[in-house]
Design a protein around this ligand. Sequence first.
Ligand code: SAH
Length: 213
Amino acid sequence: MKDTFRHQGKRKQLVEVVKSKGVKDENVLAAINKIPRHLFMDSSFEDHAYQDKAFPIAADQTISQPYTVAFQSELLQVQKGEKVLEIGTGSGYQTAVLCELGAKVFSIERQQELYKKTKLFLAKINYRPKFLSFGDGYKGLPNYAPFDKIIVTAGAPFVPRPLLAQLKVGGRLVIPVGDDPQIMTLFVRKSAKEFEKKEFGEFRFVPLLEDKN
Ligand code: SAH
């Protein structure tokens, strides 16, 4: 569990790559610069950690590409203290970025193995999301709603209604929609009934699955 000068140097280069692809938010870039991404992956893949690529983790899932994490985080416009719901905890890397941005993070993962592993791991490296949950992200977390922001980190075949319903007025939902590839989509809740929708191009995610295991 070491974070060496070599890792830190590679991370600086990764930040430059993410920046060169158009991410400007200084807080997001600072989070990428700070978080030891190599610790979120199997140690035998350490050399891949600071390439701007998605990579396999446990349970046939992936840790998202750093640029994608940065792009979604920038779209979310997280302010300190906001309640943010993440669907697809996975490796916990995006969770850690949200923690660095000062969010109160709630996250849902449907693979039990990943849920357990990531819960222990995040505590070990001192990230403290408010609530990690094992369950179905399509349903959101009605008991903890409403949320200022919601981020979905798996490809959604459609936009789950409960997620729109659990958003505060003024809140933002960032969700990749479609089969393969997905279109990154932002919903801003304008009022109880009105949502503004904007699309931001193609991305590729593992699918948001409906049935548990
Ligand atoms: N944010 C993660 C990305 C992981 S990939 C990271 O930074 O590493 C997407 C994750 O979504 C996988 O872990 C997958 O198991 C999870 N997932 C898929 N369908 C889900 C669902 N219905 N509810 C919650 N999580 C889901």
